[in-house]
Design a protein around this ligand. Structure first.
Ligand code: 3PG
Length: 396
């Protein structure tokens, strides 16, 4: 993959594919601008090198239609404030008005194109649409790690039609940290995997069995593992069809000498509700009508102990229903344990970043990925189509 620092961008029209798919609060304000801040080094570099900046992103899933709540104008405002520069908002991402706006750009100017997903062609990786985007620029920069697992026109097909395609600093950083954690880690390498479903993490679990020294499992997915060991867990969420799969993951781990940790106690609730009655119980004593909502205090201690000698920790997915305060204790404690460790610590996907911020520990984690699905795809051992497209243009 060629990198932005390897090519001359001065005076050039440079197209930055970024991921500004940021969350909004109930008042339509940006609730978290991490993804915008994450590409500032790339954009500032381009400004310092007198490029013309054409920035493009998707927002939400508008399904190919113009949906006002998914317009990028609030992002243009925030970006302008962060860069202390004017960011012109285009009315669309292709078409005559956009062409005219770009033809008038001078070095140092910034244009943010409207949501790429207002066109159904974007998610179809359509060549005609990709050519239209490509015609806007001289150089294409992918700095959108978080959408690089998607085969979309602005991530894939566009690279066939621009003279030069390179990776931005964020993309480089995400891939470098992942490489350090999984391909060439300092050992022991400990993986923490949480979240609701074994089914959504199965590919990652299977792939990580090839790399890790210890596995820590939490979240509702741990219930399916516990059931395979014969525990009854009241009305807890369990994927019955995956109980055997969970057993086979445990067997593979044992055969490979990988230590696999499961909860020994839980915070259980009388119903799935933040105001439910709550008690802390050993895992073999979940009352018949109750459900597991979080790992318990003894499990937190066990997991902290499992991290004591870790040199690398990679974490995806919360250990309980952490969006409800009553059941966030296990995840928050784990954030603190990870932050306290001497290991290289990498966190990403499945709201794990949200948990780190909620715990106020983002400064003590080595790297927090901006990717959700993209981070999971890497954990699954898949190559990212957006990165493969850059590599492909390199070969040509
Ligand atoms: C994300 O938020 O994970 C990325 O922006 C990708 O969004 P998508 O899942 O809608 O493709």
């Amino acid at each position: 993959m060629k990198r932005i620092q390897d090519v001359a961008i001065s005076g050039k029209r440079v197209f930055f594919r970024v991921d500004f798919n940021v969350p909004f609060d109930e008042y339509q304000n940006i609730a978290d601008d991490t993804r915008i801040r994450a590409v500032l080094p790339t954009l500032k570099y381009a400004l310092d090198h007198n490029a013309k900046l054409i920035i493009a992103s998707h927002m939400g899933r508008p399904k190919g239609a113009v949906v006002p709540e998914f317009r990028l104008s609030p992002v243009a405002k925030r970006l302008g404030r962060l860069l202390e520069k004017e960011v012109k908002m285009a009315t669309d991402c292709v078409g005559p008005q956009v062409k005219e706006l770009i033809s008038g750009m001078k070095p140092g100017d910034i244009v943010l194109l409207e949501n790429l997903r207002f066109h159904p062609e974007e998610q179809k990786n359509n060549d005609v649409f990709a050519k239209e985007l490509a015609a806007l620029c001289d150089i294409y920069v992918n700095d959108a790690f978080a959408v690089s697992h998607r085969v979309n026109a602005s991530v894939g097909a566009i690279t066939k039609y621009v003279p030069l395609s390179v990776g931005g600093f964020l993309l480089q950083k995400e891939l470098d940290y992942f490489e350090k954690a999984m391909a060439d880690p300092q050992r022991p390498l400990v993986a923490i995997v949480g979240g609701a479903k074994v089914s959504s993490k199965l590919g990652a679990l299977e792939n990580m069995l090839k790399h890790v020294d210890k596995f820590i499992i939490g979240g509702a997915m741990a219930n399916t593992f516990l059931k395979s060991m014969g525990y009854t867990l009241g009305k807890s969420k369990i994927e019955d069809d995956l109980v055997e799969v969970a057993a086979s993951v445990m067997k593979k781990a044992a055969d490979r000498g990988i230590k696999l940790y499961l909860p020994i106690d839980a915070v259980a609730a009388s119903r799935f509700d933040p105001k439910a009655e709550v008690k802390k119980v050993p895992i073999q004593e979940i009352p018949p009508d109750w459900m597991v909502m979080d790992i318990g205090p003894a499990t937190s201690l066990l997991y902290a102990e499992a991290l004591y000698d870790a040199k690398t920790i990679i974490w995806n997915g919360p250990l309980g229903v952490f969006e409800m305060d009553a059941f966030s204790g296990g995840t928050i404690a784990m954030v603190r344990n990870v932050a306290d460790s001497y290991a290289l610590t990498i966190v990403g996907g499945g709201d794990t970043d949200v948990a780190v911020h909620k715990a106020g520990e983002s400064d003590r984690i080595t790297y927090i990925s901006t990717g959700g699905g993209a981070f999971l795809a890497l954990l699954e051992g898949k190559s990212l189509p957006g990165v493969a497209a850059l590599d492909e243009t390199d070969r040509k």
